[in-house]
Structures are given as structure tokens and as C-alpha cells.
Design a binder for this molecule. Structure first.
Ligand code: NAP
Length: 220
């Protein structure tokens, strides 16, 4: 499967690219606002994977080209720029492509992290509004800490809640389960995205107050 990661140069993009590179034979395409930055990141990830004995194919390019080349597009950009980013590549989606939002809007204060729910209902709802109608939209991966994903010396043990339309959610669940140590749990349609986006602030606060290192969620 060809998987594009918009903003794949960032923390979550790096973590997902490394895990899919290590655990699958998917072609990962790192997207960026700047094609050269995308290529540099892809080369860096390939070298890292090579040092672990994984001969993965990671490509790098601009966000629109990455979108054009992929059946699945993960929008790994800051929540407040996600809708604009999706709108900016809207013409590039293949018919029937899947768009996955991992994005969470949060604010931080002296007490902790707080989910900042957009008036549209969720960041995923904003992404869906910005995407073409024939694109299947899902939301997933919110609870996977980027640093843990990128640390290939550490095993993962987490379940990823997934919401979306049938095709979108099934694809996102498959991509989650493709990562060793990660399971997927279906949490209904995209209308339920706010509930799984809000998990992230809870996990961050658990990390702070309960001293849980890189809190992940397991639903076993
Ligand atoms: N970090 C985590 O542990 C984690 C875990 C789960 C979910 N998430 C979610 O995943 C998303 C990405 O998180 P992250 O930590 O990877 O973010 P990040 O490192 O801050 O940014 C990711 C990439 O987004 C692009 N970007 C930055 N500003 C932008 C803008 N104004 N418009 C369009 N693109 C922009 C940049 O790529 P270019 O400069 O190359 O374009 C950047 O490398 C967020 O929505 C976050 O809520 C994060």
C-alpha cells in the first residue's frame, strides 16, 4: 500500500514512517510544504531503518505530490493547520482515497493539557469538510506518542481507537495493526472523533500527575 504522511517531517510523521518502514512493506511517502525537506527526512528515515537492518522504501516530496501518489493519506500536521493543509491538496486525492486525521487541538495551562474542541465538533470533522466528497475519512493514532514510535529499541503495547466511515476506519485499523505491538479498536463513525481526540490530553495529564511514562492505552 502507498501511504502518504503530510507533514511527515514532524514528530508523529517520523514515528509512523519508521514503524511502517520497519514492520511492513508499504511504500511510505513523506510529504512536506517543501519537497526538499520531505526528501531529506525520507533519506534520514531510510538510513535509520537501514541501521536496524530494514530495507524499507521511504520517498519524500511535497504534500500535494505525496497525496497524488497514495491510496492513504495521514495528515500529520498541527491541528490548527490541518484543514488548510487538506484543502491545499484537495485536488490531488485519488478517487476513493482514505484520509486519516491523528490531530488533536489542545491548550496547555498551569493545570495541564486540555482538549480544545473545534466548533465543527472535532478536528477530524474539519478535515472531512476540507476533503473532496469521495474521500473516506477516518481518525486514528492520537494516543501513540511520537517519541515512543520513533524509538525502535522499544516495543509498543497500545490499542488505537479508530473512528470513520467503513472504508476509512477499516483502512486505519489495518494500518494501526500493521505496527508490531499495536492493536486497533473501532469506536464508531467520524461523529465520535471528539471522544478519541480528547483522550490525548488525558494521557498527557496521566503522564504528569500519575508519572506514567509515555502513557499508552490498552483495552485488553
Ligand atoms: N507528537 C505526538 O506525539 C503526536 C501523537 C499523536 C498525534 N499527534 C498529532 O499529529 C499531528 C502532528 O504532530 P507533530 O507532533 O508531528 O507536529 P509537528 O512536529 O509540530 O509538525 C508536523 C509537521 O507539520 C508541518 N507543519 C508545521 N506547521 C505547519 C503549517 N502552518 N501548515 C502546514 N504544515 C505545517 C511541518 O512539516 P513541513 O514544515 O515539512 O511542511 C511539521 O514537520 C498533530 O495534529 C498532533 O496533534 C501528535
Amino acid at each position: 500500500m502507498d501511504v502518504a504522511i503530510l507533514g511527515g517531517t514532524g514528530d508523529l510523521g517520523e514515528g509512523l514512517a519508521l514503524r511502517w518502514g520497519a514492520d511492513t512493506d508499504h511504500t511510505v511517502i513523506v510529504g512536506s510544504r517543501d519537497a526538499e525537506r520531505g526528501r531529506d527526512a525520507a533519506d534520514r528515515y531510510e538510513r535509520r531503518l537501514d541501521s536496524y537492518g530494514h530495507g524499507a522504501t521511504i520517498e519524500g516530496t511535497d504534500n500535494a505530490t505525496a497525496t497524488q501518489q497514495a491510496a492513504v493519506v495521514v495528515a500529520a500536521v498541527p491541528a490548527y493547520h490541518l484543514a488548510d493543509t487538506v484543502a491545499g491538496v484537495a485536488d490531488a486525492f485519488a478517487a476513493g482515497a482514505v484520509l486519516i486525521s491523528p490531530a488533536v487541538g489542545m491548550k496547555h495551562d498551569g493545570d495541564g493539557a486540555h482538549y480544545n474542541r473545534p466548533s465543527a465538533g472535532s478536528v477530524a470533522a474539519l478535515a472531512a469538510r476540507a476533503a473532496p466528497e469521495d474521500v473516506h475519512v477516518a481518525a486514528a493514532f492520537h494516543n501513540l506518542p511520537a517519541a515512543r514510535l520513533a524509538d525502535l529499541d522499544r516495543e509498543l503495547a497500545a490499542d488505537v481507537p479508530v473512528v470513520g466511515d467503513e472504508t476509512g476506519a477499516e483502512t486505519a485499523a489495518t494500518l494501526a495493526e500493521d505496527i508490531a505491538g499495536v492493536g486497533a479498536v473501532r469506536a464508531g463513525p467520524l461523529a465520535n472523533a471528539a471522544e478519541i481526540e480528547g483522550l490525548t490530553s488525558l494521557l498527557i495529564n496521566l503522564g504528569t500527575y500519575a508519572d506514567i511514562d509515555d502513557a499508552c492505552v490498552s483495552f485488553e
